[in-house]
Design a protein around this ligand. Structure first.
Ligand SMILES: N[C@@H](CCC(=O)N[C@@H](CS)C(=O)NCC(=O)O)C(=O)O
Length: 102
């Protein structure tokens, strides 16, 4: 008989299809790598904008986030911040709720 309960993996897949994550990054950036690795580890997909390759997009990032460092991460319309904030949300369990809502 099929269970209606979702496994952790199915939940991650559900997150993947429901979430919209955008990460502004540069090529050499340990914090960007750490943020990407955290999301890949959770099985969630994200779009990446390389601001070092597109000055206009760096300007867009700075306007949207009011920050100059990379990465800058958005989940839906919510500005999460950088890697420190992302990992803080993961530690507190809030990242999963944010992904489910977005
Ligand atoms: N606390 C930030 C640190 C981000 C950070 O220092 N990023 C570096 C690149 S890995 C950066 O943007 N440096 C350029 C600058 O500080 O203006 C985070 O967790 O995202």
């Amino acid at each position: 008989m099929m269970s209606t309960a979702l496994s952790a993996n199915e939940k991650n897949n559900q997150n993947e299809s429901m979430s919209k994550i955008l990460m502004y990054t540069t090529g050499y950036c340990p914090y960007c790598l750490a943020a990407k690795s955290l999301l890949v580890g959770k099985g969630v997909s994200f779009d990446e904008i390389r601001v070092d390759q597109e000055p206009a997009l760096r300007q867009e990032m700075e306007q949207r986030s009011q920050r100059r460092t990379v990465p800058q991460i958005f989940i839906g319309e919510t500005h999460v911040g950088g890697f420190d904030e992302l990992s803080g949300l993961e530690r507190s369990g809030e990242l999963d709720s944010l992904l489910a809502e977005s």
